[in-house]
Design a protein around this ligand. Structure first.
Ligand code: NAD
Length: 302
């Protein structure tokens, strides 16, 4: 079945978010003389992390930000990483600080994250921001970028009023599942969080007007689990073997069986090209938002 009219084009919507961030940056610079600054700390040489950090740096420059990267050797002590974070906390040119995870095992990740000044915590992992989101203070919190981006995709297809819709979030991680559920709850959805111990996941998912899958299991959610007309947001990114493309080749799939789900869903995100591009776009969104708050300037609306 063709996905025409059903596919939520995350790549296109992410480009729109970046364009808004860029235009707002120009306004902020012209009005207040403030250039948004994003600093990324990376410890060690994990190749996947290097790729992510490089693309964040490129996107930041594209938005007109001041972008800095601190690459520390894998054997950097925890104390030295904390010192680096504290220096960035005090640096007036920096409005967003991001520590690329995972960190080497000898460093306590949580200690590092909780050292980031909450008002520069663009990833939204500091307890202050987690608490704000949990108490419904969404407008002044920093919320993790993947669920924020997923919410924008939902609103682009369903509009702003999500009141009373049943939402099932599959996955309860602190990075995706839990903040996603909080955002949907703040938008007046009736929210259920499902996880590895949930009974009758299939039946539960079938009650949902909005399904968000954030599990990390290739094509686990089948078409028959999806209610007719539901909106499906597939956060999962899974690399599987693709012998049909040649020996040793692989391809990316989501947590939802896309072709199967097309028969049931009204709107669905593909993998790749759905939620993925939104995550980095919303990191730019959080950085310009932080700079605007700092400069007492109107924040952008994505
Ligand atoms: P995680 O491993 O921290 O959490 C997975 C969750 O899935 C857990 O809460 C677990 O309870 C639940 N789960 C596991 N098996 C299950 C089952 N059989 N039935 C129901 N629930 C089950 O993962 P995460 O960090 O939340 O990421 C989830 C997926 O999203 C991964 O594929 C990850 O790569 C992807 N991801 C994508 C982006 C993006 O930008 N698109 C960002 C973050 C994560």
């Amino acid at each position: 079945m063709s996905d025409e009219g059903k596919r939520i084009d995350g790549k296109l919507i992410a480009e729109d978010v970046v364009a808004i961030a860029k235009a707002h940056t120009e306004k902020l610079v012209a009005t207040k003389g403030v250039v948004p600054g994003l600093a990324v700390i990376i410890v060690g040489e994990d190749p996947a992390s290097q790729v992510y950090v490089a693309s964040k740096g490129r996107k930041a420059k594209e938005c007109g930000f001041h972008s800095v990267q601190h690459t520390l050797p894998a054997d950097t002590s925890e104390a030295d990483v904390l010192t680096q974070v504290q220096a960035l906390n005090e640096d007036a040119a920096i409005h967003g600080i991001l520590v690329q995870l995972p960190l080497p095992k000898h460093i306590d990740e949580n200690k590092v994250i909780q050292t980031i000044a909450p008002e520069k915590d663009v990833d939204g992992f500091h307890y202050m921001n987690v608490g704000k989101l949990g108490t419904g203070d969404v407008s002044s919190a920093f919320v993790p970028c993947t669920p924020t981006g997923s919410m924008i995709l939902i609103r682009r297809v369903l509009g702003d009023d999500l009141s009373g819709l049943n939402a099932v979030v599959i996955g309860r991680s602190n990075i995706v599942g839990k903040p996603m559920a909080s955002l949907l709850l703040s938008a007046n959805c009736t929210v259920t969080i499902a996880h590895s111990r949930t009974k009758d996941l299939e039946g539960l998912t079938r009650t949902a007007d909005i399904v968000v899958a954030a599990v990390g299991r290739p094509e686990m959610v089948k078409g028959s689990w999806i209610k007719k007309g539901a909106t499906v947001i597939d956060v999962g990114i899974n690399r599987i073997d693709a012998p049909e493309r040649g020996e040793g080749k692989t391809r990316l799939v989501g947590d939802v069986d896309y072709q199967d789900a097309l028969d049931h869903a009204a709107h669905i995100t593909p993998v790749p090209g759905g939620v993925g591009p939104m995550t980095i776009a919303l990191l730019m969104g959080a950085t310009i938002t932080s700079a605007c708050r700092h400069a007492d300037f109107e924040t952008p609306d994505f």
